[in-house]
Design a protein around this ligand. Structure first.
Ligand code: GAR
Length: 241
């Protein structure tokens, strides 16, 4: 009988993961003439926002972030935006009469900043058709589970409580139903016996930061009918001329 050998516990980024699909090119195929214009929406810490900003700064993702939209004045995402010199706009949902009113203002703000792709990076509000219609097939969200499993809130806790042995994260298109749109990219991680919501969340976040930039490039490339390496090269510090 085989014994269950203990899976080594180690730092969140030293545990094996699986990403699909993987972008392997080390240089840009043909760098796009104009960078993607990403409007990022965040409600909390903003670590995914910063991972995208870092990928741009490292020359991996051929993009710009003309604006960060935040609905929470205490969000760390706002501090990160300031540090990165990225303009931010606070749109506190409590000051709007309806979800639609908030989304109208978000859409207008994004359009004013010339945004092409809307990136929901820890946006903790349900969006309405008003926003979706303003950016048809150009809105992406990241979610901390392997969708379609565990949509909605507390996805990490849901996975832990269910007893599944593998979880992960998903970048997907935004449709009206929460966490329901077509999947662009996923990464899987093991769930360890000793995991808490915090340790599993940390392991998943390493993968979120890894897949979000190439997933944006992949979606944009599919829409434009070009090779994904037009917008993304995993080679760090590869500067686009
Ligand atoms: C991320 O783990 C993201 O997957 C999750 O919020 C976190 C935001 O972290 N999003 C959702 O649960 C949306 N359903 P961050 O603010 O550090 O990027």
């Amino acid at each position: 009988m085989t014994s269950h050998s203990a899976v080594p516990t180690s730092s969140p980024d030293s545990i094996p993961s699986l990403v699909s699909p993987i972008l392997v090119a080390s240089t840009f195929a043909t760098p796009a003439a104009t960078p993607l214009r990403l409007g990022v929406m965040a409600s909390g810490s903003g670590s995914n926002f910063e991972a995208i900003a870092q990928a741009i700064a490292d020359g991996q993702l051929h993009a710009k972030i003309p604006v960060l939209i935040c609905n929470n004045r205490n969000a760390k995402a706002l501090e990160r935006a300031e540090r990165w010199g990225i303009p931010s706009v606070l749109l506190d949902h409590r000051t709007f009469a309806s979800r639609e009113d908030l989304d109208r203002q978000i859409a207008e703000t994004l359009k004013q900043h010339g945004v092409e792709w809307v990136i929901m990076a820890g946006w903790m509000r349900r969006v309405t058709q008003v926003l979706i219609d303003a950016f048809p097939d150009q809105m992406l969200n990241i979610h901390p589970s392997l969708l379609p499993s565990f949509p909605g809130i507390r996805a990490v806790e849901q996975a832990l409580q269910s007893g599944v042995k593998i979880s992960g994260c998903t970048v997907h298109y935004v449709h009206l139903e929460v966490d329901s749109g077509p999947i662009v990219m996923q990464a899987a991680v093991p769930i360890l016996a000793e995991d808490t919501p915090a340790t599993l969340q940390a392991r998943i976040q390493v993968q979120e930061h890894r897949i979000f930039p190439p997933a944006i490039a992949l979606a944009a490339a599919q829409k434009a009918g070009v090779d994904p390496t037009t917008f993304f090269s995993p080679l760090a510090n590869h500067k686009v001329s």
